[in-house]
Each structure stands twice: as C-alpha cells, then as structure tokens.
Design a binder for this molecule. Structure first.
Ligand SMILES: N[C@@H](CCC(=O)N[C@@H](CS)C(=O)NCC(=O)O)C(=O)O
Length: 261
C-alpha cells in the first residue's frame, strides 16, 4: 500500500489511523503541495491517494471503506482481528487470497461479542452517519480553529512547513506567506464552512457531541474502535501539538476516549 499524502492533512491522517490500527504495512510519499510532482501521473489532484497492487484509490472515506471491505473479507477467510492487538495465538491459517493475505492470521474470537457483558456497538447506520459528520463538519471546525488568529496561523504553518515536502525557498515562503494568507481569510473560511460564533466553543461542543454518541461504551464501536472512531481520532491526531489540540483536551470531555484510542 502506497499512500500519497501531506503529512498534516486531516484526510490523510484519517487513512493513516485506519492503516495503523489494522497494522497494514504502507509507505508514505509526501507530495509537494506546490508542484504535486509526486502525483503527476494522476488525474485526481487531491490527497490522499492510495495505490494498492497498482490500483489507484481516491478520497479518504472511499479509500477506508474499500480497505475495510478487504479487511473484513480477509478476516472472514481466516483471521479475526488486527494482528498484534490483544494476544494473538499462533494457530489459524492466514488468508491466502488478496493483498491482505497473511496479515490477519491467528488471533482469537474477534472484538465483537467476546463475552456476555460486551457493550453493544453502534449500528452500521450510526457509524456511517458519524463518519460523514467527520468529513462534513469536524474537519471544518478544526480547520477554522487552527487558523483562528495570527499566532495560531503561524503555529500551524510552522508545523505544515516543517512536516511537508517543500524546497528550502518555498518552505520559508510558506511559513510567512501561507500563515498570513490563511489568517487573512479565516473570516471568509468560517463563513464558507458555516462555523458561526466562537469557533473554540463550537469545537468543544462538537467533541462533547461525539463523546455523547459514544455514551457508556469505550468506543462508538463498543469494545473496539469502528471506522467512525478511527476517523475522529485521525483528524484530531492531525493537529497534535497545536493550541487547538491542547485546548480541546483541556476543555472538552474527549480526553478519555482519545487516550483509549
Ligand atoms: N474529500 C477528499 C478531500 C481531500 C482534500 O481536500 N485534500 C486536500 C488536502 S487536505 C487537497 O488535496 N487539496 C488540494 C490541493 O492541495 O491542491 C478526501 O476525503 O480525501
């Protein structure tokens, strides 16, 4: 699996959360956001793009749905859970077919319904609804927060320019020009994204809505994360180290769930 990405892109971080959780080996290619030279072979010009066995997959949610279907098929054919999560045994033949063959061999009874008291996972419809909420809302609320004022805009671009694939000149330019531009349009961005009022409060409220949906369970998926858990985690992990992240952990109820993830 090859992931063409920007290191700090929330959609790319969502895909990485999925790949990491399922321990699917992958290689990242950091795309230069100015030239996009690394994806010049692709008609689709956004990231993430994933290439699996020569097949191109576009769009984070579509990529995850597709890979998750492969994981399910592979689990059904032999393995049961992400290798390495929990005490995986040595018995059980690895699946032989497909590019995930062998990754999920061994392991025990899987995550759902392991014991009498296992919490009920969210329904498939809820999981889907919250995955869409991440793409349509949470990513936007986080974005307007990381460019909320000049200090935070510079902090964000410090991070973007360090982590990203820039040449020296464009890195220095991105730091100053990018930060100033994003701060300059932050008001327009809020309007475009429909995030009204105090954007930090909106972020805390969004996090608490999510925690409310998880409810008494460890994860929305019950006793193990589902694709919505992984999506929320991925886009929040994208801003680790920023004031937005630190404030979010301090002023909302999401910290417990985040550390379980
Ligand atoms: N719906 C897409 C959105 C992807 C997206 O907007 N990616 C941004 C980076 S965060 C991008 O590539 N923008 C175009 C550009 O940088 O030129 C997904 O979920 O993958």
């Amino acid at each position: 699996v090859v992931l063409y990405q920007y290191e700090v892109c929330p959609f790319c971080c969502k895909v990485k959360a999925f790949l990491d959780y399922y321990k699917i080996p992958y290689r990242c290619v950091e795309v230069n956001p100015l030239t996009k030279a690394e994806i010049k072979w692709s008609d689709y010009k956004k990231v993430p793009v994933v290439v699996v066995d020569g097949e191109q997959l576009n769009d984070s949610s579509a990529i995850i749905s597709r890979l998750a279907a492969e994981v399910r098929a592979t689990q059904a054919a032999g393995g049961k859970q992400p290798s390495g999560s929990g005490g995986s045994g040595s018995s059980g033949a690895p699946a032989k077919k497909g590019w995930l063959g062998g990754l999920f061999g061994g392991g025990g009874g899987g995550s759902a319904g392991g014991g009498g008291g296992a919490p009920m996972p969210a329904t498939a419809a809820e999981e889907e609804m919250w995955r869409r909420w991440v793409d349509d809302w949470l990513v936007k609320v986080i974005t307007v927060n990381i460019y909320r004022n000049m200090h935070e805009s510079f902090q964000t671009f410090e991070y973007i320019s360090e982590a990203g694939n820039f040449g020296w000149v464009s890195r220095e330019a991105a730091r100053v020009v990018g930060a100033t531009l994003m701060w300059g349009i932050s008001g327009k961005l809020r309007k475009k994204y429909g995030v009204e009022g105090d954007v930090r409060e909106q972020l805390y409220k969004s996090a608490d809505d999510w925690v409310g949906a998880v409810g008494g369970r460890a994860f929305l998926g019950g006793d193990a994360p589902d694709l919505a858990d992984l999506a929320v985690f991925g886009v929040i992990r994208a801003v680790v180290g920023t004031d937005t992240f630190n404030d979010l952990m301090q002023n909302s109820q999401i910290g417990g769930w985040y550390s379980r993830m």
